[in-house]
Design a protein around this ligand. Structure first.
Ligand code: SF4
Length: 305
């Protein structure tokens, strides 16, 4: 349960959303600053007469999510201060959202709950696959070399459950994938990891074993582990090179023009060989309606936000 650390009854709590809006901050960024829920910030903004410009609507129908699509081009970027303890302690800004597996009904959550991901793939060779997501704790599972150590988008995800990683998580994960494999024999996709990363070479090997055991399983996502001095990265590089068709994990900001991503601060910085994520530009709704990440090995650019 997250608590709002700002005294909301006070003048300071009530006026912060107004100051945030005057600085051009979105609800998400004000939530991160105040460490309050979306409902609290939205209420205070409403009370202050601030209207929130709606984003592009997600398409109705089988791939609609619970949330509107949100192209990021009008969003200002914010980061926690360098002195924030979460950055030195290698943890999320929101420790109360790290949940042991016993406290969760499902580790793998329908992509319907994520505006970026979508419920089902609607095009390409994975067409018809339902999508599920897995969220670990950011920074606690990531290499310190990650280019988004401070600007991690988990900073704005105050409500997301982060699964506590370890043996109990790994055992449950195998059970849930077995169930999905029998429910969706034609194929299903798992997006790794909404937050967090591969945290051990054994965990990478576990995914290799899952690919062998569950033929319907297909994986896509991103990892900051690509430095060959890191044994986890070496295990991951091997698995991706061997199984890309079903294990399309891209290496974030890796010095490679294939199976990688590049972070840019503005679309004019796009390298010639890269393509900018169409969902960020509002050209498609979500990963389900896009599919670029697993359809091509071409480098994909993401605008920092
Ligand atoms: S390029 Fe497409 S598949 Fe990849 S993250 Fe963006 S929307 Fe999702």
């Amino acid at each position: 349960m997250n608590t709002c650390r700002m005294p909301l009854g006070s003048d300071r709590g009530a006026t912060q959303p107004v100051r945030g809006a005057s600085r051009g901050l979105t609800i998400e960024q004000t939530m991160a600053e105040m460490q309050c829920s979306r409902a609290t910030v939205a209420n205070l903004r409403r009370q202050a007469g601030i209207s929130d410009r709606p984003g592009r609507k997600a398409s109705a129908g089988r791939n609609a999510t619970r949330h509107d699509a949100r192209p990021i081009l009008d969003k200002p970027a914010t980061m926690p201060p360098v002195s924030h303890p979460a950055l030195t302690e290698a943890r999320t800004l929101y420790p109360s959202t790290v949940v042991p597996v016993d406290g969760l009904r499902n580790l793998l959550v329908s992509g319907q709950n994520s505006w970026k991901v979508g419920a089902v793939v609607t095009k390409g060779r994975w067409k018809g696959f339902p999508i599920f997501t897995l969220t670990l704790e950011e920074r606690a599972t990531c290499p310190t070399s990650c280019g988004h150590w401070r600007s991690c988008y988990g900073n704005a995800m105050h409500m997301a459950n982060r699964i506590a990683h370890g043996p109990a998580f790994e055992e449950r994960l195998g059970h849930e994938l077995a169930i999905l494999n029998s429910r969706h024999p034609g194929g299903f996709a798992v997006r790794l990891h909404i937050l967090g990363d591969f945290y051990s070479a054994a965990y990478v090997d576990l995914w290799g074993g899952f690919l062998d055991r569950f033929p319907a399983l297909h994986v896509f996502g991103f990892s900051a582990r690509w430095n060959r001095t890191d044994p986890i990265a070496r295990a991951l590089l091997g698995l991706v090179m061997e199984r890309w068709d079903r294990f399309a994990i891209r290496f974030s900001n890796a010095p490679s023009d294939e199976c990688s991503t590049v972070s840019i601060e503005h679309p004019v910085q796009k390298p010639a060989d890269a393509v900018i994520c169409p969902a960020q530009l509002g050209k498609t709704d979500n990963c389900g309606t896009c599919g670029l990440c697993w359809a091509t090995t071409r480098r994909i650019g993401f605008v920092r936000h």
